[in-house]
Structure formats: structure tokens, C-alpha cells
Design a protein around this ligand. Structure first.
Ligand code: XMP
Length: 317
């Protein structure tokens, strides 16, 4: 019978056997899958697992530092790389969603490849691929599409020539969470909502600038913290805020304002393929809206997205 504990025991033994004294490099995203894969590999090979966590400047507020801290706390051999400016430079002037995704994918590959080269004599690339990623190549927006388009222009980066080890590729998402729990991973990491690889860049419609990222991070933190304190966060499949490229008139004291709009999104879903918008309580929405408008400079209006997928998508880009 499959149990998380038996899975952990047999995989650690199998990974030890397969990897011996080889070194493995693995990119952590802060998400559930890469975290569980890393901890499993860490149990099998310890310091020979070299984790890389890239700050692309597109994560949620304070997320880079808090995730890095909790990985270090778990004893992982991890290197944090501040690449914010490289991502912002690559995004400057881009407005097309697919061009933005490609730019982010390209810079990620460059940064990761540089870091992987620093790990002497590395033999393997560890990945948090899970079973649904294996059976269907997720979505055309996914990282594999980015890697293919990169491949067409410049050939494979060196880390992609490594042998691949994917300890979770037989598991479904709920099983990954159970394995993570059996491994003692921080419940805050295991219960985290899905978050897209291109991060806040696809929640800022149009051109991404560091200023817009900062505004969105503030608004989004107010939103997510309120979902948590209202006990709603764990009941929602995914929630996030979107920075709309629209200005509207408002009034603050005696002053007329002309500022941007934040849209709040929360959906229920089983797998992200279809989704219904969540009927969040009006008093909660009211509290969040007031807090955002009163505290986030540059925002004078908040709206709530009441579209389901299909025909809308979860993300706006
Ligand atoms: P959509 O917007 O297509 O999103 O309804 C479905 C799920 O996929 C996530 N998503 C992405 N994840 N890279 C990712 O890693 C992407 O480019 C990307 N686009 C969408 C989205 O957050 C949702 O969970």
C-alpha cells in the first residue's frame, strides 16, 4: 500500500543508489513541488545537492527572503541569487504577454546556467516534475515552451545536458503535499497557492517596471494577509492581485486623484484547467478594498474579478 512514509523510505534508498557521490543541481521556486523534491534529495545525498533560488524581482512581497530563510532552516545547501535587475532590464519596453514570458524564461535560463557552472563536476539536474506534468506537457505557457524557443535560437544551455533526476514524477499534487508533510516541511510552503513562474510580471498588464511591482506587492500583501486572517486562504485554490494599466478619477480629502486600479482575483479549482470565481464575503472585500486604497500610494480604486474559466483564464495574461 502507498503511504507517504513508505514512499519517502523507498525513494531515499533508490536515490542513494542511483546518485552515489554525484552532485545534483536544482532550482527552487518556493513552490510545493521543487521544495519537496529538494528535501527528498537532501535526505538522500545531503550537501551534494546544490539548490539555487533566483530572486527575479517578480515574487510576492518579502517572499524571497522568507522562503530563503525557511529553506536554510531546513538545512538545505542553497544559494540565493539576486537577479532582479537582469529581469527588469529584459522586461523594459515589453508589453506583449508572450514576449514577457519568453524574456523571463530566457533570463532565468542564463542566470541558472551561470550558477550551475559554479558547481564543480555536477552530473545531474534535479527537478520537481510531478505526474500530471509528465502525462501532458502542462500548458503552452509553461517553462518547457520557453526552453524550446530558447533551444531554437542558441542551442541547449549546459545545465540542460545534465542527466535528469525527478523524484516526484509518479505522484499527484495531493500525494506530493502528503510526502512533504511526512518530511516535516513548513506547512506555509506546502499550503501555498499555485504561483506562476513569470510571477507578478503577468499580473502587471502591459510593461513591467520596478515601481509597478512595488505597488502590486503592497496591495497583494494586504489582500493575502486578509485572506489568511479571515481563515479563507486555505479554502481558496488560488488568489492574487492584478495591476491594471488603467487610471481613473478619485477623490482624497479635497484633492482629485487620477491613479491606477487593482483587481482582486480568487478562484476555486481542482487542477487549474477550469475554475470558478470565489464568492468572498462582501465585508471581507470591503475591508481589503479600504486597506488597499488607504495604504497603497498610486491606487485609488479596487475591483473584483467575477469571471470563471472558461471562457476567462485564471491569470489575465
Ligand atoms: P490560466 O491563466 O491559464 O492558468 O488559467 C492556469 C494555471 O497555470 C498558472 N500559470 C502559469 N504557471 N507559468 C507557470 O508556471 C506560466 O507562464 C503560467 N501561466 C499560468 C496559473 O497561475 C494557474 O495556476
Amino acid at each position: 500500500d502507498w503511504t507517504p512514509d513508505s514512499f519517502v523510505e523507498t525513494s531515499i534508498a533508490a536515490l542513494k543508489e542511483k546518485l552515489g557521490d554525484d552532485k545534483v543541481v536544482l532550482g527552487l521556486s518556493g513552490g510545493v513541488d521543487s521544495s519537496v523534491a529538494a528535501v527528498l534529495l537532501h535526505h538522500a545525498i545531503g550537501k551534494n545537492l546544490h539548490c539555487i533560488f533566483v530572486d527575479n524581482g517578480l515574487l510576492r512581497k518579502d517572499e524571497y527572503q522568507s522562503v530563503l530563510d525557511s529553506y536554510q532552516h531546513m538545512g538545505l545547501n542553497i544559494k540565493g541569487v539576486d537577479a532582479k535587475q537582469r529581469f527588469y532590464d529584459a522586461l523594459a519596453g515589453l508589453t506583449d504577454p508572450e514576449k514577457k514570458r519568453k524574456a523571463i524564461g530566457r533570463v532565468f535560463i542564463e542566470v541558472f546556467d551561470d550558477e550551475a557552472h559554479r558547481v564543480e563536476d555536477v552530473k545531474w539536474l534535479g527537478q520537481g516534475t510531478i505526474y500530471p506534468d509528465v502525462i501532458e506537457s502542462v500548458s503552452v505557457k509553461g517553462p518547457s515552451a520557453t526552453i524550446k524557443s530558447h533551444h531554437n535560437v542558441g542551442g541547449l544551455p549546459d545545465f540542460m545536458k545534465l542527466k535528469v533526476v525527478e523524484p516526484l514524477n509518479t505522484l499527484f499534487k495531493d500525494e506530493v503535499r502528503r510526502v512533504g508533510k511526512a518530511l516535516g516541511i513548513d506547512p506555509n510552503i506546502l499550503g501555498r497557492h499555485p504561483f506562476p513562474g513569470p510571477g507578478l510580471a503577468i499580473r502587471i498588464l502591459g510593461e513591467v517596471t520596478p515601481q509597478k511591482v512595488a505597488i502590486l506587492q503592497e496591495a497583494d500583501a494586504i489582500y493575502i494577509n486578509n485572506l489568511r486572517s479571515a481563515g479563507v486562504y486555505d479554502k481558496v485554490w488560488q488568489a492574487g492581485s492584478i495591476f491594471l494599466p488603467v487610471q481613473s478619477v478619485g477623490v482624497m480629502g479635497d484633492e482629485r486623484t487620477y491613479e491606477n486600479v487593482i483587481c482582486l482575483r480568487a478562484v476555486e479549482s481542482l487542477d487549474g484547467m477550469t475554475a470558478d470565481w470565489c464568492h468572498l464575503p462582501y465585508d471581507l472585500l470591503a475591508k481589503i478594498s479600504n486597506e488597499i486604497i488607504n495604504n497603497v500610494k498610486g491606487i485609488n480604486r479596487v475591483v473584483y474579478d467575477i469571471s470563471s474559466k472558461p471562457p476567462a483564464t485564471i491569470e489575465w495574461e
